[in-house]
Every structure is written in structure tokens, then in C-alpha cells.
Design a protein around this ligand. Structure first.
Ligand code: M6R
Length: 593
């Protein structure tokens, strides 16, 4: 939610670097954007509604009063929370006297009361945002000096934030975090600060993670402080192994199709784990007294799939819930419980809250994440990195299947059959490699052309593929904007079948397992009511109006079954002229509650 990028260093085109950085972070929020840049003793702000897209920095000169070259700038790409999508509400936000500019990601819970207090003191608000209280508060405490004024202002805030501050009278870049991600990149005599690593990968792979309640003050060097104790902190520099190219579209028109295609390699990479550590984690699951799988959105559907995989492969019961629902179930958590958090970003606020609740009960936490060094990676007792590489399209694809691969492997490890699981998944990876080719994509494109104008579509699955039907519906909703819903096949007759009429597309996921016959019967029920049956299965069946073949991979069927639906969703988005990488109203990483 919201992307932040800042530069301080020897280069004089800081504003340009920030605009470029924001373009790379736009997947985090794209309803408006803005930059603040320092020239001499002046902080200038420029902001716009809409996507930063192809914004050309050379046009900035005509749009702002005064010079634009300088060594320090910061910017923000917004996903609106408080206040509509307007230029006034876009970040950065000035203080009353325009000597301080602030960008912020997160939510300030007590902003109403702070706003009332500041208004009474004569501060005039230009926006409806919660953020603006921060810039005015810093001005209020200005006499303390910039760093202490920021500290004092932050001490007044309740809620989550990643905040960056530029002051006209000071040459330092000040940043702090509590609950929203912020990472410092260290180059040669220059520093970058961003919400996510891909934004500065082309300049440096050396990073320093800001933890909650920490501040960094950047001048010629970066000094870190603990906001609670006021003590200095020595930060370790971590070297990131993502390449700059991995975060670019390359020859692909969109990140979504690039990331779908990368599934040719990502499954094999995901399962390449340190076996000793993997077995240790499997033993933690074995020994836990109550295990909860927790995730949101697609990751939540992966968790539900995991519960079926653990039951089927390892005969092991695990509980499942969404991150946002976990606090309501906390009474069952003890110091012997294990919470398994699944998250691509490792920064989703609802999942992080679940972890905080679990830790509060002294439960152990295992995180399955894609972003190394993310909050979940760092606060968990154990972490498994799914190694999918940067995922930038809002709709998750390669991270989803890599998470599914890890949960499948964990289920085998739990049953002391790690090697068998590995062989299955290596074979699955190779089948996916064969499956993903232009002919396959064209076959799905033909289907997309047939159904592109429908109002609604449904997806059904059974057993371990029931959560895959739910995930399929999310993919279709997110990027095609077609009303799509997923159901357990057996549930249709209990209500949803009333929705079926002539020509309504119904995707039926038919695995070659004990659920096959019943799922086919469910498809017959839909077809008898006029439904158009799209079968996703290793074998064709008379009942299918359109068949999309998937390889036969036994217990790994959820991994291969979701891929054709990812392709279908992408192609529907293109045919319906939607931007699949940045779907409306969504953001890649949901760091607010
Ligand atoms: O980063 P996370 O995996 O924790 O994100 C969770 C959800 O926000 C995410 O899966 C969301 O549902 C995706 N846009 C789905 O494609």
C-alpha cells in the first residue's frame, strides 16, 4: 500500500531518480503520486492524480517555480485511505509554513484528535489525509531542531507508519518506521530509501532494514536510532541476491504474463531448500499442539489448500484462517501452538497482526515468504523463503504456486517422505515447463475470446482443488473484473446452482483423484441447467464444452490447475482493455488494516 522512494547523495538529479524509483514502485499504489525535492533552502513539491506512467521529468521545469536539480528528493505513489483521490490529498504534504515536507505510508489512528488540537493552534489543513497532521506537528516542535522535532511528532502518533521528512533548513533526510516497510539502500556515497527493494536494485544490492520504532538520519552516512530508548543502533548491511533484471518486464508486455511464464523455473527453485533446516521445521509442526495456517487473499487460499495437503499427505489436522480473522480465534493459542504465516510480501498488515497476536501468546511462528528481510521474515522464529524472485504484478501467480510447492513438500516432510515429495515436485516443474508454450496460451486465448463479454462466471473444485476454485475466482475478479465466484462442487446444489442459466461459463477443476466422479457429476448438474462447462483436467470428458489439458501430477494437482486460470484471467484482462498489472482499487502489498 503506497510506495515511498527517496534519494540523498552526490548526484544532482535527485528528483529524476525519485521519479524513476516511483515508477518501479507503482504496483504498490497508483491513484496519485508526488515528489518533494530540495534546492538550496527550499523544499518544492509537485503532485498529480493518476498513474506516474510515462511522466517525463524534463516537463517538471515548466511546472514548478525555480530550479529542480538537487542532491535530495523523496516521492510517494498513493493508494488512498483517508481522503479521496485528489491532488491535495496526494503526498508529499507540506507543513503550514512550507518548510517541511512529509510522505507517509500507513494509518494514523488518532489523526482526528491531533487535527483538532492543531486547528485550535491555528494550523490550516490543505488535505483530508491523516498524514498532514505529521508535517504540522513537526513544525510545531521545530524549535527542538529537525531530528528531535520529528521524534517528538512521531511520539504523538498512534497507528502504523513509514514516514520520510525533508526540511528546508536542514540537509539531512529523516525516515522512521512503525509497522510499514522501509528499507535503506547503500550505494557509493549515496543512499536510497524505499518501501521495497526492487525500486533501487539497479543502483545497489546492499541494504539495511529499518525495524519498527527505528529512525534513520541520512547525511554523509546513515545513522540509525531506536525511537524508544533514543540509543544509536549498529546496522548490518545485507547483500540481496535478486538481479536488477528480475524486477523488470524485459521482453514481456506485462509483469503478470512474465511472472506466469517464470513458473517454468520457480517451482524447482522453491523446493531447493536446505533439507536439514526443512526437516527441523517439519518437526516443529509435528510437535506443535495446534497449528494455524494464516494468510490473506491468495495467500489465504494457499493456506486452505495447505490444510488439505497436510490432511491428505501427512494425515495431520491444521487450522486455517485469514489474517484478519485470527485475532478472534486467539483464545485457543498457547505457548505450544505454531502459527504458519504465508505471505508473498511478508508485509501484509492483517497477517502481521496475526503474528503479533500469536507472539503475544508465546506461540512459535513460521513464515513462508518471498521477500527476504521482510517484516515477517525477521520477526518469525523460522522462515522459509519461496525464492520466486520479485513479484510485481498485483495479481499473485508465481508466488502462489511456489507457496503451494512449499506446503506440498512440508506435508511430505511431515510424513517422513521428503525425498518422494521432491521427486513429485521436480517432475511437476518439468511438466509445467512443457505445458507453458505459445500453443497452450493460444488455446486459452480462444476460450477468452468466447467468454470475454459474460457478466458472471463460476469455478468449482473439490477436495484439495476446492481452494484452487476460490483462488481462480480471485484471479478472474482481480484483473478481468468479471463477477466470478468459486464453490466446492458439492455445495452447488445447496444454493449457488440457482445462479446458473444458459451459457454461463463454469470452470470445473477435475483432478484424477477420489473426487473425480463427484466433480463430473457436479458439472453434469451445471450443464443440465444450461451452463457452459470449461474442464481443467488431465483427460477430456464428454461433459466439457471446452477442455484445457493439465499434466497428471498426483498430489501436486493444485499447482498445475491454477496456471491455466492465471493465463485465462490475464487474457480476459487484455481483451477487456484492463491493465492486468495494476487492477483498479487494488495494491500489491496491503500494509494497512
Ligand atoms: O503479500 P501477501 O501474500 O501477504 O498478500 C496477500 C494478499 O493481499 C494477496 O495475495 C492478494 O490477494 C493478491 N492481490 C492476490 O492476487
Amino acid at each position: 500500500m503506497c510506495g515511498i522512494f527517496a534519494y540523498k547523495g552526490q548526484k544532482t538529479n535527485a528528483a529524476q531518480l525519485v521519479v524513476n524509483g516511483l515508477k518501479k514502485l507503482e504496483y504498490r499504489g497508483y491513484d496519485s503520486w508526488g515528489i518533494a525535492f530540495k534546492t538550496g533552502h527550499k523544499v518544492s513539491i509537485y503532485k498529480e492524480i493518476g498513474k506516474i506512467g510515462e511522466f517525463d521529468i524534463s516537463t517538471l521545469k515548466e511546472k514548478v517555480d525555480g530550479p529542480i536539480n538537487g542532491h535530495m528528493a523523496m516521492g510517494h505513489s498513493r493508494w488512498a485511505t483517508h481522503g479521496g483521490v485528489t491532488q491535495e490529498n496526494a503526498h508529499p504534504h507540506y507543513s503550514q509554513d512550507k518548510t517541511i515536507a512529509v510522505v507517509h505510508n500507513g494509518i494514523i489512528e488518532n489523526f482526528e484528535e491531533l487535527k483538532t488540537e492543531l486547528k485550535e493552534k491555528g494550523y490550516k489543513f490543505r488535505s483530508e489525509t491523516d498524514t498532514e497532521v505529521i508535517s504540522h506537528l513537526i513544525q510545531k516542535y521545530k524549535s527542538l531542531g529537525p531530528v528531535d522535532a520529528v521524534k517528538k511528532a512521531l511520539s504523538r502518533l498512534r497507528g502504523r507508519y513509514a514516514v520520510l521528512v525533508l526540511c528546508a533548513e536542514d540537509d539531512r533526510l529523516i525516515a522512521a518506521r512503525r509497522g510499514s516497510p522501509l528499507i535503506v539502500g547503500k550505494g557509493e556515497n549515496e543512499f536510497f530509501i524505499a518501501s521495497d527493494i526492487p525500486a533501487f536494485l539497479e543502483y545497489t544490492r546492499k541494504v539495511m532494514y529499518l525495524d519498527d520504532n527505528q529512525m534513520v538520519v541520512i547525511n554523509n552516512d546513515a545513522e540509525f536510532f531506536d525511537l524508544e530508548t533514543n540509543k544509536k543502533i549498529d546496522k548490518r548491511i545485507v547483500k540481496i541476491d535478486w538481479s536488477p533484471e528480475s524486477a523488470e518486464k524485459g521482453e514481456f508486455p506485462h509483469f503478470m504474463i512474465k511472472e506466469i511464464t517464470e513458473q517454468k523455473e520457480t517451482i524447482a527453485r522453491a523446493i531447493n531448500q536446505d533439507e536439514k533446516q526443512f526437516m527441523k521445521i517439519a518437526n516443529e509442526i509435528k510437535n506443535a499442539y495446534g497449528t494455524y495456517l494464516v494468510g490473506c487473499g491468495t495467500a489465504g487460499k494457499v493456506c486452505l489448500t495447505g490444510s488439505y495437503l497436510f490432511a491428505k499427505i501427512a494425515k495431520r489436522h491444521v487450522n486455517v484462517t485469514f489474517g484478519s480473522e485470527f485475532p478472534s480465534l486467539q483464545d485457543f493459542i498457547t505457548d505450544r501452538s505454531l502459527v504458519i504465516a504465508v505471505s508473498q510480501s511478508g508485509e501484509t498488515a492483517d497477517t502481521l497482526e496475526a503474528i503479533e497476536v500469536a507472539k503475544g501468546k508465546k506461540a512459535k511462528v513460521l513464515s513462508i515468504i518471498n521477500v527476504e528481510g521482510s517484516s515477517m521474515d525477521r520477526i518469525s522464529d523460522y522462515a522459509i523463503n519461496i525464492k520466486a524472485g520479485p513479484e510485481k504484478a498485483v495479481a499473485s501467480t508465481k508466488a502462489t504456486t511456489a507457496q503451494l510447492a512449499i506446503l506440498t513438500l512440508l506435508a511430505y516432510a511431515l510424513d517422513n517422505r521428503l525425498e518422494e515429495g521432491k521427486i513429485l515436485l521436480v517432475n511437476t516443474a518439468s511438466q509445467i515447463n512443457d505445458m507453458l508454450n505459445p500453443r497452450y496460451e493460444d488455446h486459452i486465448l480462444n476460450l477468452a475470446k468466447k467468454i470475454k463479454d459474460v457478466e458472471s462466471m463460476y469455478v468449482i473444485g473439490k477436495g484439495v482443488n476446492y481452494p484452487i476454485a476460490l483462488e481462480a475466482a480471485i484471479k478472474l475478479q482481480e484483473v478481468s473484473y468479471i463477477h466470478a465466484e468459486g464453490f466446492a462442487g458439492g455445495e452447488l446444489k445447496h444454493g449457488p446452482i440457482a445462479l446458473i442459466n444458459d451459457g454461463v461459463p463454469c470452470v470445473v477443476i477435475v483432478a484424477n483423484d477420489e473426487t473425480k466422479q463427484e466433480t463430473i457429476s457436479n458439472a453434469i448438474e451445471v450443464k443440465s441447467r444450461g451452463g457452459y462447462i470449461i474442464g481443467i483436467a488431465p483427460e477430456n470428458n464428454n461433459i466439457f464444452d471446452y477442455w484445457i489439458k493439465v499434466p497428471e501430477v498426483g498430489e501436486a494437482s493444485p499447482i498445475v490447475n491454477i496456471i491455466p486460470i492465471q493465463i485465462l484471467a490475464y487474457q480476459l484482462a487484455i481483451l477487456r482493455k484492463n491493465n492486468p498489472d495494476m487492477p483498479r482499487n487494488l495494491a500489491k502489498s496491503v500494509t494497512v488494516k
